[in-house]
Design a binder for this molecule. Structure first.
Ligand code: PHE
Length: 358
């Protein structure tokens, strides 16, 4: 053909976009399709009736007969290569979509539903409730008394006369009540509840009285100015010191387990006679002796004894007919022994990292 440039070998005999360019752009479009739906759309644009490739097919008829055959083959080969890519890409995307569906529909059996943050009872309250349960199980009633007391209940009725050193004013918080007839004070122990129970006049008595008590002490590892005691009072006919010892052993075993031994040592309290201090095997060293128990292997938990007749007389109970025992000990101390806590102050510092452990 004169006047027209000779067709270069392998060059497309088409005007505009040549099949090679269409193929190159097509591969890219197919690869970029990230869903079956997107792939179908790309395929429609690339191979559909109105695609460039189809238009070129329609143009074939306009080509000179000797070029038509080669051009037709080129178009067909291009189309079939693109169709192969479509098929491969389709199965790839279908597989991915199936996996995604399976994942979304799965039953997640290991999932943990986050629990709303909730609080719990303070360790001292837990130990107090445990003690109450133990004594209720032994047939005791739970009694309560006021935290603001008169001198009579906290001292005098308990056979602690005005000049007694046990009432040293440095230990007691006094409360000034305008117009109050008596000197009011914050109870320094739970023993005044003994007096309330005896005055009530309902005998026999099997009662424990847990509650808060106050002393003017500087806080340290083993002292708090506000702490907790539990008082026990049993009044019946023919109550013996053996009953007292057995009762103490029973509840210590219920709280600490039977591996813990108890012992009574002579002591002195004005409201009990004879009096004793009761001790348990030190829970820090297991009885071998350590700093906490000053090397003795024993830790003092509280005081106890037989109700002293002057206490019966002060409350109108006949000591000829009735006898009884009483005991009292610190709940906080018992809690640190039970849980191996080094410092009582941790109970009132409100550090949730500490409190959460119990
Ligand atoms: N009230 C005494 C104290 O606080 C303990 C005690 C109670 C002792 C009952 C004997 C009888 O130390």
């Amino acid at each position: 053909m004169k006047g027209s440039p000779p067709a270069a070998a392998g060059a497309a005999p088409f005007p505009g976009a040549a099949p090679a360019e269409i193929e190159k752009a097509g591969r890219l479009a197919l690869e970029e399709a990230t869903s079956v739906a997107a792939l179908e759309e790309a395929t429609r644009l690339l191979l559909g009736r109105r695609s460039q490739l189809s238009l070129l097919h329609q143009e074939l008829g306009k080509l000179p007969a000797d070029e038509r055959k080669g051009a037709g083959r080129l178009l067909n080969e291009t189309r079939s290569r693109l169709e192969q890519i479509v098929a491969a890409r389709r199965s790839e995307l279908e597989e991915a979509e199936r996996a995604e569906r399976l994942f979304a529909d799965r039953l997640e059996l290991t999932e943990v539903t986050p629990q709303p943050l909730s609080g719990h009872l303070h360790l001292v309250t837990q130990v107090r409730e445990r003690l109450e349960d133990v004594f209720v199980g032994m047939g005791y009633e739970i009694a309560e008394g006021p935290e603001v007391e008169t001198d009579w209940y906290n001292f005098q009725a308990l056979n602690i006369p005005l000049d007694h050193p046990a009432r040293d004013s440095s230990d007691t918080f006094f409360v000034r009540v305008p117009g109050g007839a008596d000197a009011y004070l914050l109870r320094t122990h739970t023993s005044p509840v003994q007096i309330h129970l005896l005055e009530r006049g309902r005998l026999p008595i099997y009662a424990v009285a847990p509650g808060q008590v106050y002393r003017r002490d500087t806080p340290d590892a083993t002292h708090l100015p506000v702490f907790h005691q539990i008082e026990g009072l049993v009044v019946d006919r023919g109550v013996s010191f053996g009953d007292l010892a057995g009762t103490i052993e029973t509840f210590v075993h219920a709280i600490f387990g039977t591996g813990v031994s108890t012992r009574l040592r002579p002591g002195y309290f004005p409201f009990t006679e004879p009096s004793a201090e009761f001790e348990i095997t030190c829970q820090i060293c297991g009885g071998g002796g350590c700093r906490t128990c000053s090397g003795t292997g024993w830790i003092e938990l509280g005081g106890c004894g037989m109700v002293n007749p002057p206490v019966f007389e002060a409350t109108g109970v006949d000591p000829e007919e009735w006898s009884g025992f009483a005991f009292g000990f610190g709940i906080d101390r018992l809690a640190i022994m039970r849980h191996g806590i080094a410092d009582l102050r941790a109970f009132v510092e409100n550090d949730v990292r500490f409190l959460r452990q119990f």
